[in-house]
Ligand binder design. Structure first.
Ligand code: ADP
Ligand code: ADP
Length: 220
């Protein structure tokens, strides 16, 4: 399948969970800006240190460094025929930069599944989220528990609670989403690329709805 998919939606709605499932089903690479920043943080790069100062407060990392990082990732050969973007773009400036980047490869954003859920659902999901140290696999203490508490099913590494998944920061992140990212909903709707997906359903059901949305793009 050759296509650039942008998963849009508030923090905690399930973008990363679904992106990983879709990556397996389609063979497209999963490109998560949050994972890229956390990778820099783990490797203690300058970018990692800069990003951390914003991430820990629930604020967005500045557009210029974010765009440069994603551009670098999308320029790698595995993204040549498409990618599943998760967490990028998050501002109108990033959306325009993405359009220009893809145009350089004679490509475009093909479809934008917009996954949504009420705020209470987001807060509950984020506060129960546990993330794997090694590769960022995601679990939930109630909704998607690992076989053994505190241990990643896929690679056996430790599961931890992200600093920004504490309740005070979670509220700020949802507010930042409304102010800076939500305008992208109308941006992509006007381009005819938006497909609305109900994120307040079990994981498998959301996947079904997403796969149906992708099939429609392929056949259109
Ligand atoms: P995002 O990438 O949008 O921030 P995640 O995929 O990390 O969201 O999911 C946030 C949390 O909610 C994780 O703990 C995940 O296991 C859980 N989760 C994801 N989708 C669902 C769902 N459909 N129902 C219940 N819990 C979910
Ligand atoms: P979530 O799972 O809640 O959607 P992410 O892992 O995508 O969170 O992002 C975590 C943090 O990384 C954000 O709160 C922000 O500080 C930073 N970040 C990730 N993607 C971007 C982006 N596209 N632009 C600016 N900051 C970003």
């Amino acid at each position: 399948m050759a296509m650039y998919i942008v998963l849009l939606g508030p923090p905690g709605v399930g973008k990363g969970t679904q992106a990983k499932i879709l990556a397996q089903k389609t063979g497209l690479p999963h490109v998560s800006s949050g994972d890229l920043f956390r990778e820099h943080l783990k490797n203690q790069t300058d970018l990692g240190r800069l990003a951390q100062s914003y991430m820990s407060k629930g604020e967005l990392v500045p557009d210029d460094v974010t765009i440069a990082m994603v551009r670098d990732r999308l320029s790698r050969p595995d993204c040549e025929s498409g990618a599943i973007l998760d967490g990028f773009p998050r501002t109108p400036v990033q959306a325009e930069a993405l359009e220009k980047m893809l145009a350089e490869f004679s490509a475009q954003v093909d479809v934008v599944p917009y996954i949504s859920a009420p705020d209470e659902v987001l807060v509950e999901r984020l506060s129960g989220r546990r993330t794997c140290r090694a590769q960022g696999h995601v679990f939930h203490v109630r909704y998607n528990p690992p076989a053994k508490e505190g241990v990643c099913d896929y690679d056996g590494s430790e599961l931890y609670q992200r600093e920004d998944d504490r309740e005070e920061t979670v509220r700020r992140r949802i507010q930042v989403y409304r102010e800076q990212t939500a305008p992208l909903v109308s941006y992509y709707r006007e381009q005819g690329k938006l497909v609305e997906i109900n994120g307040a359903q079990p994981i498998e059901q959301v996947t079904q709805d997403l796969l149906r949305a992708l099939e429609q793009v392929e056949t259109s």
